[in-house]
Design a protein around this ligand. Structure first.
Ligand SMILES: C[S@@+](CC[C@H](N)C(=O)[O-])C[C@H]1O[C@@H](n2cnc3c(N)ncnc32)[C@H](O)[C@@H]1O
Length: 246
């Protein structure tokens, strides 16, 4: 196990060897990697079919393939300070059984698996390529015994989690209110959920896959306010910690 400062330093130094993991997993040459990452955000946005998409989750299961790896990797590399703050946040709260819902390229799940306070991480992501990539990374980083991988929460067959990490995911779901109701069911009175959201498609539609429907958002906030209480932390203002109210 590694101490918290060492884990943060490893992330700041090389994002847990992210570039070499990408090259190996996707068979990309070093000289092609920077171009692959530089165009990732626009490439992902261009893949989105707009209103023609009837089921939001189809984008992640049928369309993005390995393109989301590139987009998320580019974001984690260029926004290291923000991601580091989210790692500090989970270091403060994560313990015992951790659910990482919509875990992406695995930065948070891998960091949690390195923590001595965490017994096991359940990585859930609807995208098979993401799951396979993070499984590969866990082996490379020597934490594979502390993470298991699932397409859905039900598949994990765990009735209670001590910590739920769901960062930059709720805006990707058709019904974020139902998702937090599911989280409530798998928390006890001491569990903590780390959540954030960005219900915005961007100034130039950079995030066409984000939900921004007013009714869906209002329903989400009503559900938040009637089921969860915020637990203050001083680490960053965009991601919050919650316990369930009853
Ligand atoms: C913007 S990424 C965030 C990844 C990661 N949490 C982070 O902070 O870097 C959103 C992730 O949610 C996943 N996702 C989208 N819909 C999902 C669903 N219904 N169930 C599980 N994962 C989902 C996507 O595959 C993607 O990995």
């Amino acid at each position: 196990m590694k101490n918290n400062n060492f884990i943060l330093k490893e992330f700041l130094d090389n994002a847990f060897n992210l570039k070499s993991h990408l090259m190996e997993f996707l068979s990309i040459e070093e000289c092609d990697l920077d171009g692959f990452l530089a165009n990732a955000k626009i490439n992902l946005a261009n893949l989105h079919p707009g209103d023609a998409l009837s089921d939001v989750s189809d984008f992640y299961t049928k369309i993005v393939g390995d393109r989301h790896l590139a987009d998320l990797a580019a974001w984690h590399i260029t926004s290291k300070d923000y991601i580091t703050d989210t790692l500090k946040l989970q270091q403060r709260f994560s313990r015992d059984l951790v659910l990482d819902f919509g875990g992406g390229i695995g930065t948070h799940a891998l960091a949690n698996a390195m923590s001595s306070k965490v017994e096991h991480v359940f990585f859930v992501d609807i995208n098979e390529t993401n799951r396979n990539f993070v499984e590969y990374r866990a082996k490379e980083l020597g934490v594979e015994k502390k993470i298991t991988f699932f397409k859905s929460i039900e598949d994990a067959q765990i009735s209670k989690f001590d910590t739920i990490v769901c960062l930059d995911v709720l805006e990707h779901l058709a019904d974020p209110a139902s998702q937090i109701e599911i989280f409530k069911e798998i928390m006890d009175c001491n569990s903590i959920a780390l959540l954030n959201w960005y219900f915005y498609k961007g100034e130039k539609n950079e995030y066409p896959f984000h939900i921004d429907d007013n009714q869906i958002i209002e329903n989400f906030f009503k559900t938040m306010q009637s089921n969860f209480l915020e637990v203050f932390h001083p680490i960053l203002i965009t991601a919050r910690a919650y316990k369930k109210i009853r």
